[in-house]
Design a protein around this ligand. Structure first.
Ligand code: AMP
Length: 273
């Protein structure tokens, strides 16, 4: 496995390759969710590139940029074991200057839901993903369905900016108790975890309701809010796959998203129905 920290060196390395390239961008503190993305990339491409970069521009002032979990040595071992060919591990100084061109997320999809609680977050996400895709020039790039709004916006960006890359969605990996795996779960105590489980339980309840043909969004949201009590809930929203609010679940074309705050940690989860 090659470890590269200089963006231009990475670009030269990628240019010399005449292979299909699968790319998995991450912010590190790798867990089974990330590994499932890497495995899918490994299965579908000749060369696999992973980036680990804690992107400062997607954190708002006062968020957890400085305390975000860091496990550089373990991450390198995980990548080695997962048969990654190139690990891109840049410094912030190599990725950004003081005065930058940047992307602006679209008004509706970029500034609602997580974009409403974290205004400007998706500008930073799109800008760094654009930089990374330009460096790696992958055939396919892999993103988790767990971050459904991010996945939606990145797919939209590649279409609207006519970028030559296939965005591949990957299912959410969960712990055995149902909690969606996340680097930020490291912030949770045992008690917090019990509280956090209400999130996946509320989504489970939603899918049970839908399987009983209860499709009305308000009814589903009400049951979910009951289960989520007493958590601070940022939103429970039912959307179609174009990210438009819908009054009734459309089976095969819907996603139910939850963001709740447990012990100051924002946790996201969703279910695709
Ligand atoms: P992050 O390091 O949190 O920026 O995540 C890097 C990628 O891994 C993103 O595409 C995430 O959506 C994806 N990811 C994070 N958690 C999971 C999970 N539990 N299951 C599947 N993919 C995930």
């Amino acid at each position: 496995m090659k470890i590269i920290s200089n963006p231009l060196e990475l670009q030269a390395e990628m240019k010399s390759q005449h292979k299909t390239i699968g790319f998995v961008p991450t912010m590190g503190a790798l867990h089974e969710g990330h590994i499932s993305l890497i495995k899918k990339a490994r299965a579908q491409n000749e060369l696999v590139v992973v980036s680990i970069f804690l992107n400062p521009t997607q954190f708002l002032k006062g968020e957890d940029l400085d305390s975000y979990p860091k496990r550089d040595d373990a991450d390198k071992k995980i990548c080695l074991l997962a048969n990654v060919d190139v690990l891109f591990f840049p410094d912030k100084e190599n990725m950004y200057t003081d005065d930058e061109v940047s992307l602006l997320a679209p008004k509706v999809r970029g500034f609602t839901l997580e974009g409403a609680t974290r205004p400007g977050h998706f500008n930073g996400v799109l800008t760094v993903v654009m930089k990374l895709l330009n460096l790696v020039k992958p055939t396919r790039a892999y993103f988790g369905k767990k971050d459904a709004q991010q996945l939606n916006l990145i797919t939209l960006m590649t279409r609207q900016l006519f970028m030559d890359v296939e965005i591949v969605p990957v299912d959410t990996m969960r712990d055995s108790d149902g909690l969606a795996k996340s680097s930020r779960n490291a912030y949770l105590s045992q008690d917090d975890r019990v509280q956090a489980l209400k999130i996946s339980k509320s989504l489970h309840e939603a899918s049970k309701l839908v399987s009983r043909r209860v499709l009305n969004s308000k009814e589903i949201q009400k049951s979910m809010h009951e289960i989520l009590k007493p958590l601070e809930v940022a939103y429970v929203e039912i959307l179609n796959r174009d990210f438009e609010i819908i009054e009734e679940v459309e089976i095969g074309n819907s996603v139910i998203l939850v963001e709740a705050i447990v012990a100051n940690t924002r946790l996201l989860d969703n279910i695709w129905l």
